[in-house]
Design a protein around this ligand. Structure first.
Ligand code: OOB
Length: 543
């Protein structure tokens, strides 16, 4: 008999089964600590060491702890109560970090939206979470978030407060929420600490509940896997509201080790390189589309990057060619990270051999991460074969937030999360990501992996960036379109087909059409946005 799927709690958290929870506690993965109490512990242990460098400001661990207490009191004064959801849409600025811990101290739950989200996503997330407050910057990257807040108020009935980091306009300044620290009841470490937004490129975003103790483990174990110490200086270039830069090991992992977090306003080399030089940054994280831009910039930018030890790459597939070029160009090691806001993290080890680092997406973080690789019928594939990755473990969710219908198909009855990622596992335990279950082009009865075609496309010297997409085609169902950002002279369709055939690719996987674009559209964290790309190219008539 298959076990019944567990019911979500009133908080929206789908709990782990009781015996599994006991096991995770016994193993020490779950240590009963809340994010708020962790900060208090770090303040005791690391005191006057610098926790955070943001803009012109440098905050010690003690100062960060004190500010979190004062903001928690200010929020409580506004009526923000334990369990309330607070929509947070802040860029990489100091108040993000203070707010995160202030909410943790209160037991209120941040919904971590990304700066690039707009009214469609924000409206949906506000209604889904029934958020009582919305925290924004005044302006960022040329966009006025107070206008977005005004629009949101019209469609989010539960929203009572708009709090602004910066000039508040008609709303309340976050800086004014400052009170004498209050004695606050500590939340339960098994409760939701934060809600992350799913990174999926299909459908509306979903919310991922992460508990205090599962997220604490996520950060602590990641810090260990990445060799962080009190000497670590982590540069957050990607949005800190994204799991990667927040806790893999990111901001929170760096704090567990007593290191220093430096916030960069953007991942552009022009912002990041001066910070790497000035703060002697030792580790940072990027999504793969940004790495070639850093490699190019490093050729002419005089900034001293010699402090950099590790460049983490994750979020989408990193090409082996780019991975191999990094040590020579930036003087650091690559660490591949195959992760998901839903939980599971895989890291290459810093001392894996260079080819393993260049060609695999790492191994699971935790000995109790349970992975299955299954075929379309849900049966385990022969070891080494490609299939969909299913996972459960001490920091992988058992259900999305308030999404009963979706949960019925996104999880197996025995609690595995169906990732939608196609992987194969090497005898060493390293994973290779082979694409997405749904990122295929269905051409003339064949299902073609976009990822496979892209690997060959990117190997062409005239292609700087590229993607393979399916476009509607009456005869064949879909036609395969190669979308190319040229690097030098782009190939013609015929040249590209000859080139790919020369690499041994089957004829039915060759592109039917090529389109050149100046830029590929990206998701809020910087991954290639296939849906937007299909829309963009569909509007053009074939070249
Ligand atoms: C990270 O998290 P999300 O939630 O934005 O996206 C997760 C999805 C994965 O399911 C996979 O499809 C893809 O992004 N992905 C990768 C990858 N890392 C993530 N695909 C190929 N190679 C990789 N290295 O993207 C994320 C979360 C934590 C750490 C790093 C990335």
């Amino acid at each position: 008999m298959t076990p019944a799927a567990p019911e979500p709690l009133p908080s929206g958290l789908t709990p782990w089964p009781a015996d599994v929870a006991i096991h995770y506690r016994e193993k020490g993965y779950w240590d009963g600590r809340t994010l708020g109490s962790l900060l208090a512990g770090w303040a005791d242990e690391y005191g006057d060491r610098i926790a955070l460098v943001a803009g012109g400001e440098r905050l010690s661990y003690r100062e960060l702890d004190r500010r979190a207490d004062r903001l928690a009191a200010g929020l409580a004064g506004q009526g923000v109560a334990p369990g309330d959801r607070v929509l947070v849409q802040l860029p990489n600025i100091g108040p993000f970090v203070v707010l995160l811990f202030a909410l943790a101290r209160l037991g209120a739950v941040p919904v971590l939206t990304l700066p690039a989200h707009r009214i469609t996503e924000i409206g949906h997330l506000a209604r889904l979470s029934q958020a009582v407050a919305y925290v924004i910057p005044d302006e960022h990257a040329g966009f006025d978030y107070r206008d977005l807040a005004a629009a949101l108020l019209k469609e989010a009935p539960d929203l009572r407060h708009v709090l602004v980091a910066g000039a508040p306009g008609p709303f309340t300044a976050l800086a004014d929420l400052d009170g004498e620290p209050l004695p606050l009841a500590e939340p339960d470490a098994a409760d939701i600490a934060l809600l992350l937004v799913s990174g999926g490129t299909t459908g509306v975003p979903k919310l991922i509940p992460r508990t205090h103790q599962d997220y604490g483990y996520n950060a602590r174990a990641s810090a260990r896997a990445c060799g962080l110490s009190a000497e670590t200086v982590y540069l957050a270039c990607l949005p800190v509201a994204h799991n990667f830069a927040l806790a893999c090991p990111g901001v929170l992992g760096t704090f567990t080790a007593g290191g220093t977090v430096v916030l960069s306003p953007s991942p552009a080399a022009g912002d990041a390189f001066p910070l790497i030089e000035a703060e002697r940054v030792t580790i940072t994280a990027l999504v793969p589309p940004l790495i070639p831009l850093w490699l190019e910039a490093a050729e002419w930018d005089p900034a001293d990057l010699s402090s950099l030890r590790v460049l983490q790459a994750g979020g989408s597939k990193l090409s082996a060619e780019v991975a191999r070029a990094v040590p020579g160009a930036l003087g650091c090691t690559v660490q591949q990270v195959f992760g998901m806001a839903e939980g599971l993290l895989n890291y290459t080890a810093l001392d894996d051999d260079p080819e393993t680092i260049a060609t695999t997406q790492g191994r699971p973080l935790c000995p109790d991460d349970e992975l299955r690789v299954v075929d379309a019928d849900g049966a385990d594939v022969t070891p080494g074969e490609v299939g969909e990755l299913l996972v459960r473990g001490p920091y992988t969710l058992r259900g999305y937030y308030r999404a009963a219908e979706h949960n019925a198909t996104a999880f197996t009855p025995d609690g595995y999360y169906c990732s939608g990622d196609l992987v194969r596992v090497l005898p060493s335990g390293h994973l290779i990501v082979e694409g997405r279950v749904k990122d295929t082009i269905d051409r003339g009865g064949e299902s073609i992996s976009a990822e496979e075609v892209e690997a060959h496309l990117l190997a062409h010297p005239g292609v700087r960036r590229g993607a393979a997409i399916g476009l509607p085609d009456t005869g064949r169902g879909e036609q395969l379109c190669a979308v190319v950002v040229p690097g030098g002279t782009p190939p013609t369709l015929q040249e590209l087909r000859v080139f790919m055939m020369g690499r041994g690719l089957a004829a039915f996987k060759l592109p039917d059409r090529i389109e050149t674009v100046d830029e590929l559209p990206v998701t809020p964290v910087g991954k290639i946005d296939k849906r937007a790309l299909v829309r963009m190219v569909s509007e053009r008539s074939p070249a």
